[in-house]
Design a protein around this ligand. Structure first.
Ligand code: ADP
Length: 202
């Protein structure tokens, strides 16, 4: 399976662009959704997280209190590392299992922090969504009903914009209207169909 990793900073437009590929029949796997699934009650990571953070009481209505967990790891780097060490191997394994079950010329895996972690072995090509920081802040603050300062703090924890685009195979620029995205997505889609055909032949 030819796999495109779709990444970009918070509020850059990853989900919006993934939806445009989905409209064209491309299967989408979202790493954030996978992370949510594997931390549901009864799933492998759930008990481990609850036990590790037992002094914080992270169970709310029988489920993991994600807001509280986010606040803890936002302030404590060591705890963030611990959580990532637990989650990342499980996320990768689950994504690969989902990819194996798919039948399509290619698929897209949305990975917000693609460059911030160790490389994903199953990705053939990296597509970056790029937008100027002030637009990212505006969009994400509106979407999450969060303060601009909060979004700015998150952006500071992510790879720098120029380093992200420097490491991309392909870039979609999302600094204008939603309608501007359609032709860019179509162009990438045509190219990925072609590339996946060549890859599947060899
Ligand atoms: P990400 O997944 O990268 O965090 P989203 O796709 O959720 O970003 O986009 C952030 C917010 O901005 C969403 O509310 C989305 O609807 C909006 N948005 C994205 N692109 C545009 C655009 N070109 N014009 C207007 N709103 C946009």
């Amino acid at each position: 399976m030819f796999v495109v990793g779709l990444t970009g900073g918070i509020g850059s437009g990853k989900s919006t662009i993934a939806a445009l590929f989905a409209k064209r029949g491309v299967p989408i796997i979202d790493a954030d959704m996978v992370a949510r699934d594997i931390t549901q009650a009864g799933q492998p990571a759930f008990d481990e997280i609850i036990q590790h953070f037992s002094h914080f009481n992270l169970i709310k209505d029988g489920t993991l209190d994600r807001t509280k967990l986010r606040q803890i790891i936002f302030k404590d780097h060591a705890e963030r590392m611990w959580l990532e060490n637990i989650l990342h191997p499980l996320i990768r394994k689950e994504i690969q299992q989902q990819l194996h079950r798919l039948h399509a010329p290619y698929s897209i895996v949305v990975i917000p922090l693609l460059f911030e972690v160790k490389p994903y072995s199953f990705i053939n090509r990296i597509l970056v969504v790029d937008a100027p920081e002030h637009i990212q802040i505006e969009r994400a603050a509106n979407r999450d009903k969060a303060s601009k300062d909060h979004i700015e703090t998150i952006i500071k924890t992510q790879i720098r914009r120029e380093d992200r685009t420097a490491r991309a195979h392909d870039i979609i620029i999302n600094d204008g209207k939603l309608a501007d995205l359609e032709p860019q997505v179509q162009k990438m889609h045509d190219m990925y169909l072609k590339l996946s055909k060549e890859e599947n032949k060899s």
